[in-house]
Design a protein around this ligand. Structure first.
Ligand code: GLO
Ligand code: MG
Length: 345
């Protein structure tokens, strides 16, 4: 096992400070201006920012002249520098535009597929200006509402082709797949980190294709996030995480890290520590809709605090004791040892 890290870097995306709009009701808080959001990061104990392409560059410019995109990204980089923040990654937002209604890389429309790839290349340009090498692909609409809608085998090939096109476009970027089993689609083509991982080895440059794992997404797939993370760590491909929590199999909740299941959070942090994870700790969490505007960043600082507190717990685990319980096959004893730790004993 790699040596434990002494410190972690914390990041989140501007979408994690939100208006409370949901499918059943409108905004309950005013949208905070982007610059005002950025001013919150350091105050909350965060070091870096995760961007969608059209967070970094206004959505009006995103389909236009590449030079104008670069100019806007340069402006954003100055603002970031001014705040002492770094950009962790850029993710092309391939799920809101009219040309991505049927998916990005797997759309049945040739011209829409082209759009998705061109837009991904622009996201790489933006990443270069913002000083990051990491591109995240959350494949939101690469799936179907009805299974007959698309050719499933052709779809997998199209995703690989798109990844290869990005790897070819820039020989230094890395691509991180963030998989989710459902929502917005009924079923995704690559529902879990394991599915994506298999595909990384069939790309033109596997060493530049890795994984971002989000806790809630693993839980939605009926899997344990720490097991997913351990599997990908073993492959040396866990390059980022989105920690949060999820209360069972329902819509993607993005609850505060550890707020539903403390033991699951413990296992997540314990695995990251022991596995020598050295990516950023991203907290992809949402405030409750009932949250008052003055409290709209509490879920972020609370999640960070939960991670740090869990880190103390994980670091206080006596590895020899754990081994002794294992050697005796005394898992009842081991379980009680962990539960006592979680209760502060
Ligand atoms: C949604 C995803 C989303 C991504 C973000 C970055 O379920 O978790 O928040 O993490 O768009 O690609
Ligand atoms: Mg996420």
């Amino acid at each position: 096992m790699a040596a434990a890290k002494t410190s972690y870097k914390f990041t989140f995306g501007p979408w994690n400070i939100s208006t409370g709009r949901d499918p059943f009701g409108p905004e309950v808080r005013k949208e905070l201006a982007f610059a005002a959001k950025l001013r919150e990061y350091k105050k909350l104990g965060f070091d870096g920012v995760q961007f969608h392409d059209d967070d970094a560059v206004s959505p009006d410019l995103i389909d236009g002249d590449p030079a104008a995109i670069e100019k806007a990204a340069t402006k954003m980089k100055k603002i970031l520098d001014g705040e002492g923040l770094f950009c962790e990654f850029v993710a092309p937002r391939l799920w809101e535009h009219p040309k991505t209604i049927d998916g990005g890389y797997t759309s049945n429309s040739v011209s829409d597929r082209k759009y998705a790839i061109e837009r991904s290349k622009r996201a790489i340009d933006i990443a270069n200006v913002l000083g990051t090498k990491d591109i995240v692909l959350w494949l939101a609409r690469e799936g179907t509402y009805i299974r007959e809608a698309k050719d499933p085998m052709a779809s997998i090939g199209r995703i690989v082709d798109a990844v290869n096109a990005m790897l070819d476009y820039d020989k230094t970027i890395r691509i991180l797949g963030e998989m989710k089993p459902n929502e917005p689609m009924d079923q995704a083509y690559l529902p879990t980190p394991g599915h994506w991982l298999g595909l990384t080895y069939r790309t033109n440059e596997p060493s530049r294709v890795g994984v971002l794992i989000e806790s809630a997404h693993s839980i939605l797939a009926g899997l344990d996030p720490s097991d997913d993370m351990a599997y990908v760590l073993w492959h040396g491909k866990l390059w980022s995480v989105h920690l949060n929590d999820q209360n069972g199999l329902k819509y993607d909740q993005d609850k505060v890290f550890g707020s539903v299941d403390l033991r699951r959070a413990f296992n997540t942090v314990w695995v990251l520590e022991r596995g020598g994870f050295n990516g950023c700790v991203g907290l992809d969490v949402k405030a409750m809709r009932s949250t008052k505007p003055g409290d709209q960043t509490k879920h972020l600082s609370n999640s960070r605090q939960m991670f740090l507190r869990m880190l103390e717990v994980a670091r206080s685990v006596d590895a020899e004791k754990v081994e002794a319980f294992r050697a005796e096959r005394d898992y009842e004893g081991l379980e009680m040892y962990v539960l006592q730790k979680l209760m502060g004993k």
